[in-house]
Design a protein around this ligand. Structure first.
Ligand code: DC
Length: 241
């Protein structure tokens, strides 16, 4: 693979390593739409939903009565979790932890908020780092998260950073939740998204921000088709198709 040299100080991909497309951005911005589309466009590429790993760890800690402020104890649960991602589409997605289907519980806003809390701890981020890098396999990886382009895959061949207003993201999230049969209302959802953004953007370790060499797409007021057309143009510009 010909590695795209990243910004100053960032390592270039080693020869023979699978290429990575990093898709970062805040909650509800449409990363799922883009990564699923990329997975069908780039047949055979693997997918990493890194947020799901933070959600799983947070939920496991919560269920086992581990104090979420005790970052060492939370991080200590990570190696023992047997995680399986099944299903290719949003409708048939199933995430099993130690053989049990956790999908519904993982998608709740309350779980996202717990995940955001534990994600601020360096011990927790370190415990999940290698697990995320293990997804990097041939022919390539589409990685979705907050720090894919800045930390986990700083040598990604293409880094996309998506953004949109809080109100627009809350409206979209409401639609997604109701499609999954999960009840929610707009104004508390806006507040939750705002609080989660605040935590994710302002933490000291791996804060949510575009990498210096990221391609930024603001999806406010743009249709899904227009977003995907931009992504297609990026694939071509970066010679990934
Ligand atoms: O993408 P998501 O909503 O499933 O992520 C849930 C939380 O996990 C998010 O608010 C912050 C954290 N997270 C993170 O810190 N780094 C990532 N790469 C992915 C998620």
């Amino acid at each position: 693979m010909s590695a795209t040299a990243s910004g100053a100080g960032l390592p270039a991909a080693r020869d023979g390593e699978a290429p990575v497309i990093a898709v970062d951005g805040p909650s509800g911005v449409g990363k799922g739409l883009v990564t699923r589309w990329l997975a069908s466009r780039l047949q055979g590429w693997h997918r990493l939903d890194s947020g799901a790993l933070y959600r799983i760890l947070a939920l496991a800690a919560h269920r086992r009565g581990v104090d979420l402020h005790d970052a060492t104890a939370v991080a200590g649960l990570a190696p023992g979790l047997n995680i399986r991602f099944e299903g290719a589409t949003e409708a048939d997605e199933c995430i099993r932890v130690d053989g049990e289907d956790w999908t519904q519980e993982l998608r709740k806003e309350s779980t996202g908020a717990l995940a955001s809390r534990i994600a601020a701890a360096p011990e927790v981020r370190a415990a999940l780092l290698q697990r995320q890098r293990d997804f990097r396999q041939m022919p390539g990886l589409i990685a979705d998260g907050r720090d894919m382009g800045t930390v986990v895959f700083a040598d990604a061949a293409l880094k996309i950073f998506m953004d949109a207003s809080v109100e627009e993201r809350a409206r979209r999230r409401l639609g997604q939740l109701s499609a999954r049969g999960i009840g929610a209302t707009l104004s508390p959802l806006c507040e939750e998204i705002r609080a989660r953004d605040e935590r994710d953007r302002n933490r000291t370790v791996a804060p949510l921000k575009p990498a210096d060499d990221a391609e930024v797409i603001d999806t406010t007021g743009i249709s899904p088709e227009e977003v995907l057309a931009e992504v297609e143009a990026l694939l071509q510009r970066h010679q990934l198709v």
